[in-house]
Design a protein. Structure first.
Length: 259
């Protein structure tokens, strides 16, 4: 699949319209990049020298000959294996509201179980005091159970979670979709076409937040400045984690899973 960007006008193909889906503004199957290297623009490496390794390779692919491979090695409390798209330049249409889809192949979950994040949207608060972060994370059931996660950066301390009943499969391709919206303080996720969890302003559970400086509110930023994708781990493990990412798509409406 080639990488492509549609400028301001969203063009919906006849096939997509007939299926009730929207053509994306951005799609990338990592075919155009050199094997063994990081992907180029609009992606930006955001590993912060954590020891993670990200490169394009052909070990596991959903379509085409290449996918993005993220390695988070064992033996460190935190590993940050992210690539990002900073939205203002290439995709300003998605700063207020974003739908997305990605195919993922996980070799092994963290052992012992450690919380980790697959993707997130992030932006600065209206008062410029903290970053507001909307995440799809995993923690329970051996670090395979999916959850919505809202966190802020200091000095404001909030870390909220809403667990789902769905898990991320291991050693097979899975289709993950998301929706994040500023106006409704909303995040919604799906796996293989089935809803994972849906939060609109506040989680269902009264005790879902730790460091509750915002009173339980899941407050979106005024705009999402950045979209991050990969594997960020928050605990030490005895095993490496290898994640392959393919067929990323971003748009203004739900895109759906590939056939």
């Amino acid at each position: 699949m080639r990488i492509w960007l549609v400028p301001a006008l969203l063009v919906v193909s006849a096939a997509a319209a007939a299926a009730g889906k929207s053509a994306p503004l951005f799609a990338d199957g990592f075919e155009k990049y050199a094997a063994g290297f990081l992907p180029g623009a609009p992606w930006k490496e955001e590993m912060y020298n954590s020891g993670a390794v990200i490169k394009v390779d052909g070990t596991h692919t959903f379509s085409g000959k290449q996918a993005l491979h993220v390695l988070t090695p064992a033996n460190a409390i935190k590993r940050r294996g992210y690539v990002a798209i900073h939205l203002k330049g290439p995709l300003p249409q998605l700063q207020d509201e974003m739908f997305g889809r990605v195919m993922v192949w996980l070799d092994a979950a963290p052992q012992p179980a450690a919380q980790w994040t697959l993707l997130q949207g992030e932006g600065r608060s209206a008062d410029d005091r903290y970053n507001s972060i909307y995440r799809l994370g995993l923690r329970e059931q051996g670090a395979t159970q999916l959850m919505a996660n809202f966190e802020t950066t200091p000095p404001v301390r909030t870390n909220c979670m809403q667990q789902s009943k769905r898990t991320l499969p291991v050693r097979r391709w899975a289709c993950v979709e998301w929706h994040m919206a500023v106006a409704t303080n909303e995040m919604q996720f799906w796996i293989d076409g089935r809803e994972i969890t849906h939060v609109k302003g506040r989680a269902a559970a009264a005790d879902a937040c730790q460091g509750n400086d915002l009173g339980g509110e899941w407050k979106a930023p005024p705009r999402f400045d950045s979209f991050y994708l990969g594997f960020e781990r928050y605990g030490d493990t005895t095993n490496d984690q290898n994640l392959w990412i393919d067929d990323v798509a971003l748009g203004e409406r739900r895109i759906g899973c590939p056939k």
